[in-house]
Design a protein around this ligand. Sequence first.
Ligand SMILES: [Zn+2]
Length: 328
Amino acid sequence: MRKKAPELQYLETLKTRTKLSYQEQQQLEADQKGYRGELTIDRLTKEIIVAQTPIIDDLNLQVDGQRVQLDKLVQIGNRLYLIDMKDYHGKYIFRKRTWYHNGKPLTHSIFSQIERAHDILARIFMEHNLTIEIVKVIVFTDPSAVIEIEDQSEIVVKYLWEYCEWLQKLSQSASKQGSGSLPWQQILQKYRVAPYRPETDLTLDSRQLWQGIRCPRCGNFWWIQKHYALQCKKCGYCEATETAYVRTICDYGTLYFRHNLQVGKLTEFLGKGYNKQYLRKILAKHFVPLNLRSRQFSYQNQGEKFEYWFSNESQYFNNLKRRTTWGK
Ligand SMILES: [Zn+2]
């Protein structure tokens, strides 16, 4: 599963608790559009290639202090396709080694990111004595984009609709030839790192946040407390109290990703009407404790939304959900 980038998770969570600035809103929309484009390519790729095709989505690598993010790697035949996805819109022309956007020269090359990623991969493979040809591919996911490439380039550039046809042909010809088993996935795992995060979280932001547990269906913050569940006063949505607390702790963790989880701060985040003892119980039950000897007892912060942080526990939370609907 391709996860939303930390920045997108942060902005989406922030939007549910305060008014975003103009820049934040623009960034959020751009990130959401980019993510949708990536999911589309993931889905189409899966539909086209054969089931056993070796593939890695969204890989962050670090080599000698240098960091690089790769959108997608697919091995077809004995070639490794390094795929970079761009959701640019407007008209782009590549002429005499320069990129132009709507007629104006760009200060950076659209090719530079993929060139760098290619060089880092090539170096890793060389150090591990792995011979595999790496093919650089850029796919433009926005259907309104117009790309003209006048110069020869060794980078394959495709629109989304061309990409499908191109991939299909590759996949068909490779299945006739067969492909070797090459250990590129295992080698790259050694260099894998967590996705990039900005230096600062929400700590120094002076905006007032809406406190409490937020209804995931309608965004309201007012609940009727039932025996094991909370029921939204506005839309009637029912959620197990345990899930609601865990989900809200994850919201806090996503916004304050530079900090550990502490009862005091979480109590503030929850606001009035919530039980500190119950919060302690939930933290002890679901989160990983840190610095046990310190007076400031705290828990590990993964800085992710509930759906990712607790993706391995979905069965447990689904069972809780069933319990809230008993007798209805
Ligand atoms: Zn609601």
